[in-house]
Design a protein around this ligand. Structure first.
Ligand code: SF4
Ligand code: SF4
Length: 87
């Protein structure tokens, strides 16, 4: 029996909203100021939930965003602010 020539690498990648809908228990949510955004897409690249959507401009899928604040932390233009959820 020969070895397969096809190399398959196990890459762990989170799926969008892997921990389910989080909009009901999120405490803070990211708000993007598109006037400041320079479209570097780092927020889209590094969001652990894949809930930054890359349309013409970055937008947040609030059904699945868990409010971790990673996007706000890494945004080089300081275009993302974490604001408290209101009922
Ligand atoms: S990281 Fe900041 S500047 Fe870059 S695309 Fe996201 S919101 Fe825009
Ligand atoms: S706060 Fe930002 S990084 Fe965290 S899940 Fe929401 S969109 Fe993604």
């Amino acid at each position: 029996m020969g070895l397969s020539k096809e190399l398959v690498l196990p890459i762990s990648k989170p799926s969008r909203g892997a921990s389910g809908k989080t909009g009901t228990w999120r405490v803070f949510k990211p708000v993007i100021d598109l006037q400041k955004c320079v479209k570097c897409w780092q927020c889209w690249l590094l969001c652990p939930e894949e809930t930054i959507l890359a349309d013409d401009v970055p937008t947040v899928d609030y059904d699945y965003c868990k409010g971790c604040g990673v996007c706000a932390k890494i945004c080089p233009a300081k275009a993302i602010t974490m604001v408290e959820e209101r009922e």
